[in-house]
Design a binder for this molecule. Structure first.
Ligand SMILES: *Cc1c(COP(=O)(O)O)cnc(C)c1O
Length: 404
């Protein structure tokens, strides 16, 4: 077997493939994944050997032009998507906009976009902006996550939700909701920001219409890494791209004066791809190519259970907001605590890095590629010290930073 295909055991073989500063237990890979060691070398090689030496020729000679589709195919494997159905580029905010625009076009006689209050704000803001731009009287309807299923009806044009709630870690049943939506003629747009690289996703099997996600969270491709967009192959040749940039044109280098969409998911490209960021993504995917996402998931659930039981035992002041049931949660554990912001600052000062989401949620991301039992046990100990010792009440932990 080649080095590229030899399987890696999750954590035992993969931990050494990441850079981790001494004294840090990193439980924020659900927000920004840790740095894979291969990234610096890969990006540096693309800079010197491709950009430096090949200059403009590299679009062909180094394969830059085809890269968004090739990288999309590697992500497809992680999310159960068909080859040729995933395009990489832009940011997730733009990709959900594109998906929602295409989905609304497919269901033009209906006017309601259904989402939930657990969705990430940018998804909701982008929907508001799109609705205003379209000016066709669409409405964004928000219900609680628990009310989503009962709110599906023949009035709804598009079901537009995130599988795993960024705040609580609660997970929707994608297969069930997609099937129910389809029976009612509803088009589905799934946000996989907290799913891709966190748990197995089966887009082809569930029959989802559109899905999008980012690569800087669980996939570990680095700050500002490009997003991805999935379009079900049955729709890919007929959907409207909405962001009709030149790279999604059927013949970009014919420089025609009017737009004609490329075939398939290629039309979801917009402009020039971020080649350097994509090189970092490719290096991150070198690890994902060699691990079994089912093994990642099994470890994540076991580590999540361990963190829950240790923190609940040591800190009754914290209230678990993540569902305990394995099939109802993603790959993070969240607790509500009134002093949550300050407590998280105190944890970070002690090397345990999680994060905080308003109004009172302390989040701990579980990333089994580089987090194991020892790290979870140590983190739980530090949480207990900070909470029971009331360390978080110190004035230095009350200062609120721009990014929480
Ligand atoms: C992280 C996240 C985003 C971020 O969007 P960007 O455009 O990459 O900043 C969007 N949606 C969800 C659900 C997220 O979790």
């Amino acid at each position: 077997m080649s080095a590229r295909t030899t399987k890696l055991r999750v954590y035992d073989d993969t931990k050494a493939l990441f850079h981790m500063p001494d004294g840090v237990i990193y439980l924020d890979g659900n927000s920004l994944g840790a740095l894979p060691l291969g990234v610096a070398e890969r990006v540096s090689r693309v800079i010197t050997a491709e950009w430096g030496d090949q200059l403009i020729r590299a679009w062909n000679s180094a394969g830059w032009y085809a890269q968004p589709r090739h990288v999309g195919d590697r992500i497809a494997r992680l999310i159960g998507a068909e080859t040729g159905s995933v395009m990489v580029g832009d940011t997730l905010s733009l990709k959900v906009y594109q998906a929602l625009a295409a989905a609304l076009d497919m269901n033009a006689s209906r006017k309601v976009v259904l989402s939930d209050t657990g969705n990430f704000p940018t998804d909701l803001y982008m929907a508001e902006g799109l609705i205003a731009t379209l000016g066709r009287g669409h409405q964004l309807r928000l219900v609680t996550p628990e009310e989503i299923e009962a709110s599906l009806s023949e009035e709804i044009a598009v079901l537009y939700i995130t599988e795993v709630d960024y705040r609580t870690g609660r997970r929707h049943d994608m297969a069930k909701l997609t099937a129910r939506a389809h029976r009612l003629g509803i088009v589905t747009v799934w946000d996989l920001a907290h799913s891709a690289g966190a748990l197995p996703v089966d887009l082809a099997g569930t029959g989802a219409d559109f899905a999008a996600g980012c690569t800087y969270k669980y996939i570990n491709a680095g700050p500002g890494a490009p997003a991805f967009l999935y379009v079900a192959p049955r729709h890919a040749d007929s959907v409207r791209a909405a962001l009709s940039g030149w790279m999604g044109h059927a013949k970009p280098f014919a420089f025609e004066l009017s737009y004609a969409a490329a075939g398939g998911v290629e039309r979801m490209r917009v402009g020039t791809p971020p080649v350097l960021a994509m090189a970092a993504l490719e290096a991150a995917l070198d690890i994902w190519d060699r691990v079994d996402i089912a093994e990642v998931r099994a470890r994540s659930l076991a580590l999540g259970d361990l963190l829950i039981s240790e923190v609940e035992r040591g800190c009754p002041q914290l209230t678990l907001v993540t569902p305990r049931a394995h099939d109802r949660r993603g790959s993070q554990v969240s607790f509500a605590f009134e002093g949550g912001y300050a407590a998280m600052q105190a944890l970070i000062a002690r090397g345990v890095i999680g994060d905080f989401r308003a109004p009172d949620i302390m989040r701990f991301g579980i990333t089994p590629l580089y987090i194991g039992e020892a790290e979870v046990l140590k983190a739980a100990e530090v949480v207990e010290d900070v909470i029971t010792g009331e360390v978080w009440r110190r004035p230095e932990y009350q200062v609120v930073n721009a990014v929480t």
